[in-house]
Structures are given as C-alpha cells and as structure tokens.
Design a protein. Structure first.
Length: 341
C-alpha cells in the first residue's frame, strides 16, 4: 500500500517540527528590510534605543534582514501608534516603538487614540523606567518626611496632563500618600524643568532615575539635588536608603493606584510592538531575536558607552501587564481617572 503524499508531508512536518518553521521564516526575511517606527523625534531617548537595537537585532533573525528606523513624531506618539494599528501591514516587517503611557491612556479614555492596545502583538521592552522624585535643596524638601509634613504644596514640573509620568506620578502620590503637591504643566521637557527647578521656579519633578543621574549629575554630586522618593516596586541599587512610595501607602486603594498607575506604566514606557494580525510564527521569532539582542555583547557594550541601562521585559510578560491593566477593577479605574484628569 502506497503512502499518500499528503500523509508523507504531514509526517515530515511533525518530524522536523520547529526546524521546518524556522526554515520557512528564514526564507521570508532573507533580503527583506524591517522598519522600526519610533513615535518620537530623532535624537531623543526613544530614538537612541531604537537605533542601537536596529544595529544589532538583524543578526539574530534568520535571513539577516536589514533594520531601519523611521521617526513618526507627533501628537504624543499617537500618530505612530494609530499608524501601526490602522495602516501598517501585519507582515512582520514593521515594528512600532511608542510611549507606553498611551496604552494606559486608552484605559483612561484619552482623546485621539484609534487603537485597541490588547490587539497589538508585543515583542518586549529594553528598559523599565525607574521613576524617582528629585527635589532641590533650595526648595527645603530634602527627605520624604519633610515633603510629607510640608505646610505648602510642593511645586513639581510637568509637560501636559496626558504625561503619565511627569504629570501622573505627582497626582497619584497626592491621592495615594496624601503628599502636598502642585503640578505645574506647560514645560517642553525635562531639560526645561531642570532649569526651572534650578532657578527656584519649581521644587523639582518625578521621572526616570536612569536619566536624572546622567543629566542632573552635577547637582546630585554637589548636594543641591536630593532623591526623596522612589516610585518603583523595588529599590534601585543606587538608592537603597531612599524610601519606596508603595511602602508608604496606608490603604489598599493607595497601593493599587501606585501599582497600576505608576509601576505598570513605568514598566511599559518603551514597548516594541507589532500590528494586530501579525502571523504568530513571526511574532515569536521577533520576540526571540529581541531577547537575544538584549544579551548581545556588542549591543551591551554600545549601551554602556552611551550610558544607557538595559533592564528588559519579554513579550509574554508585557502581554500580562497589558491584560492586567485592562482588567482593572471598575472602582480602581474610576479613581485613577479622577486622580489624573
């Protein structure tokens, strides 16, 4: 009895398993170019990370495709995120890198969002932001206790109300820890906020330690700037004596606001993602390539030279964080909306 070609093909596929899939994907990417669409302008942190990843990730993809970075700035990363969702082909040749706060912004009903964050395919995050609150010595706030007992609201700088770090963190800390805060918006970015703090216009602000320790180094070394609070799940090795906001919360609601409104956002600030309906095999391949890049010696050496940290999250874990955000208890979501509006 002859074995029919169909059964023979099935048997061969089962025997080869992942190797057959790998070979098929190898054929697909060979000679191709993968674009990374960054939702920010050239020269900023998002752009620098993306270009470094593009220089090294291709060698971890079967077929060794070229990788190019395209900047699509505007509307607080909304243009890039909406493009990835509505326009980009789901063929595994377009990767997006947008501000993760937008994904939370969907939950909070931010305007201009034309995507469903749950439907994106997530590759990973190269670094989890570690936001801290940095306040000048001249402000008189040199510790968490002096902030907590301050008779006047402490002025902290922000860009706009849809910035879930510079604007959102102080508002959440006010609600969760009863810290006296006055958020002053309208600044173009952290460089302008630093100048305003040094002139006495502001007391400081809350954003990533990874950036502060580089860009505000002189003030830290001289004692003119103090890190008074960490808003991360676990202490940064540089700041073991600085208290954690989550440990200061006295209520379950306060802890939930910090966990969902600060910890989750900080973890997903710089996600790399694919359009919905991207084939599963290509999603998995790009996840593996991204993870391999995060351990690549040449890539890590470049990051060290640039003084940029690597603290990655894989695609599966990123999926879990996003799904948790969209399963937030209605009462917690209502409170978070009220706090950051």
């Amino acid at each position: 009895m002859m074995i029919k070609p169909l059964f023979l093909a099935i048997g061969l596929a089962v025997a080869l398993g992942p190797n057959l899939l790998w070979a098929a994907t190898d054929d697909f990417y060979r000679g191709k170019t993968i674009r990374i669409i960054v939702g920010a302008s050239a020269g900023g942190g998002f752009d620098v990370y993306a270009r470094a990843i593009a220089r090294h990730m291709g060698k971890h993809i079967p077929g060794n495709p070229q990788m190019l970075v395209e900047n699509m700035a505007g509307a607080g990363h909304r243009i890039a995120a909406n493009h990835l969702y509505k326009v980009a082909r789901p063929d595994g040749l377009t990767i997006g890198n947008v501000f993760g706060g937008l994904l939370v912004g969907q939950v909070l009903d931010y305007p201009g969002i034309e995507f469903d964050a749950v439907k994106f395919k997530y590759i990973g995050v190269p670094v989890q932001d570690g936001p801290v609150c940095a306040l000048t010595k001249a402000s008189g706030i040199t510790s968490f206790d002096s902030w907590r007992t301050s008779k006047a609201p402490v002025k902290l700088g922000a860009t706009g109300t849809d910035d879930l770090m510079l604007y959102g963190i102080p508002k959440i800390l006010n609600a969760a820890l009863n810290l006296p805060v006055q958020v002053i918006g309208g600044y173009k970015g952290t460089a302008e906020i630093r100048l305003a703090a040094e002139s006495g216009e502001l007391a400081g602000a809350c954003w990533g330690w990874e950036t502060i320790k580089v860009t505000w180094r002189k003030a830290l070394d001289s004692g003119d700037l103090n890190i008074v609070l960490q808003t991360v799940p676990q202490s940064h090795p540089d700041l073991v004596k600085v208290p954690l906001a989550i440990n200061m919360a006295k209520t379950d609601e306060g802890r939930q606001l910090i966990e969902l409104g600060i910890h989750s956002v900080s973890a997903i600030t710089r996600p790399y993602l694919l359009p919905p309906a991207t084939p599963h095999d290509r999603v998995q391949l790009l996840r593996r390539a991204f993870a391999a890049t995060m351990k690549d010696d040449d890539f890590l050496a470049e990051m060290q030279k640039l003084k940029l940290e690597i603290n990655p999250i894989g695609g599966d874990d990123l999926d879990g964080i996003i799904n948790k955000l969209f399963k937030m208890k209605p009462e917690t979501l209502a409170k978070l909306k009220e706090v950051v509006k």
